[in-house]
Design a protein around this ligand. Structure first.
Ligand code: SAM
Length: 238
């Protein structure tokens, strides 16, 4: 598969992304620690603190992969469903949940057309997942559909840092070093080149916030981390 994606037809992107996460699933957690120097753990902690999940709530963690966000939410007592398009990632997640003694539902699902009834969840989260989705506006509309009225959407994703010096170094780091680390640790330079390039192509904060608003969400906010290298977007179904 050509993973440059610039020339890949939309219908092929979903399949190619699936292929990538199947390939990286077993090394995914280790690579996250290596590539972010462990920082992804802090970002995820902050993300779940902002979400403030309550024990009586039902939460969908979309593109939940190996469960990092879902476990943090489940520890606060909420009932969590992990949905992901990739059975390989879900399998790693299931094993980790078992080891932690956490009871979660795992479900194979495409963010663009989810197998959940309208108004099913108090909150929907997606962390480092939305940029991999082929039709992002369609997924945002489907997220809003499965939320209850008064429900909230929280998205953690790489974005573009507005700190000029930092942005330059960070670009070099993601585009040059990440594929190399991927080659050594996961034996898959191409998959990590795709992941790095997909960060570069994702819309900056104002543009993504606008997309969330266009999907019908209200009170849309963007909260930058590291000047926006990572961002937490939120919106409400009101
Ligand atoms: N949320 C986890 C985390 O923060 O560690 C996993 C993030 S991982 C970078 C991205 C995940 O998005 C992968 O598990 C992948 O299978 C999933 N994904 C990609 N496209 C998807 C889609 N259209 N619908 C649902 N999940 C998708």
């Amino acid at each position: 598969v050509s993973l440059g994606f610039r020339d890949v037809a939309p219908e092929e992107k979903t399949k190619a992304v699936g292929d990538i996460f199947r390939r990286v699933a077993s090394r995914y957690d280790l690579m996250n620690d290596l590539m972010s120097g462990g920082l992804h753990r802090l970002w995820k902690d902050e993300f779940v603190s902002l979400l403030k999940p309550q024990p009586h709530e039902t939460v969908l963690d979309l593109a939940g992969g190996t469960g990092d966000i879902a476990f943090r939410i489940a520890k606060r007592g909420a009932k969590v469903t992990v949905a992901d398009i990739n059975p390989g990632m879900l399998e790693v997640g299931r094993e980790r949940a078992e080891k932690k003694g956490l009871a979660l539902d795992f479900m194979e699902a495409n963010a663009e057309a989810m197998p959940f009834a309208d108004a099913s969840f108090d909150a929907v989260t997606i962390a480092f997942g939305i940029r991999n989705v082929t039709d992002i506006p369609k997924a945002l509309r489907d997220i809003r559909r499965v939320l209850k009225w008064g429900g909230r959407f929280y998205c953690l994703e790489f974005s573009a840092s507005e700190w000029p010096g930092f942005a330059k170094i960070y670009d070099q780091y993601t585009l040059k070093l990440v594929p190399k680390v991927g080659a050594v640790v996961a034996d898959d330079e191409e998959a990590y080149r795709y992941l790095a390039e997909s960060i570069k192509r994702f819309p900056p904060m104002p543009a993504f916030a606008q997309m969330i608003g266009e999907a019908g969400f209200r009170q849309v906010k963007a909260r930058p981390i590291l000047g926006g290298a990572v961002a937490i977007h939120s919106g409400w179904k009101l």
